[in-house]
Design a protein around this ligand. Structure first.
Ligand code: RP5
Length: 163
């Protein structure tokens, strides 16, 4: 299976991004983690994007504030890029959200919610599952488990309150 690359704009993004690692591990997806910055290490970020294929199948980029990392990576690869806008500044993540999501036509970044690290990992898994039947069924089972858990909570709440 191809690996997922997880790139942080700064080490300060790690506490949020770590939540993605657990999801990738749950589904047995190999991954590698790096810190590259669109502004502080632009040459290294570009070089990584240029050489990410064929080892990697999806690239997750997390950045806050003027969050250009996902766009800068997407500019240099046609691998799918998922952006996680990080809430790390005075504007509560709205700055990073708009910087990440508003890409020009032809260079997409699939942007998840502010601090949405888990969904970035789930989306990466779904992209890889297109060519990995085992992974596809692991994701299906996980969805079924989540539904069953919610239905059980509904049953308990209904038994307690709905007289
Ligand atoms: C962004 O600026 C990083 O992704 C981080 O979210 C934010 C602040 O970075 P540090 O100043 O904490 O390194 O580039």
């Amino acid at each position: 299976m191809k690996k997922v690359a997880v790139i942080l704009g700064s080490e300060s993004d790690l506490p949020v991004v770590e939540k993605a690692f657990g999801v990738l591990e749950e589904f047995g997806i190999p991954y590698a983690v790096h810190i590259f910055s669109a502004h502080r290490t632009p040459a290294e970020a570009r070089d990584f994007a240029l050489h990410a294929a064929p080892e990697f199948g999806v690239i997750i980029c997390a950045a806050g504030m003027a969050a250009h990392l996902a766009g800068a990576i997407a500019a240099n690869t046609v691998l799918p890029v998922i952006g996680i806008p990080i809430n790390s500044g005075a504007l509560g993540g709205m700055d990073a959200l708009l910087s990440t999501v508003q890409m020009p036509s032809g260079v997409p970044v699939a942007t998840v919610a502010v601090d949405g690290a888990k969904n970035a990992a789930y989306l990466a898994a779904e992209i890889l599952a297109v060519g990995e039947e085992d992974l596809y069924w692991k994701l299906m089972l996980s969805r079924g488990k989540t539904s069953a858990e919610i239905l059980e909570k509904d049953r308990k709440l209904a038994a307690k309150y709905n007289k």
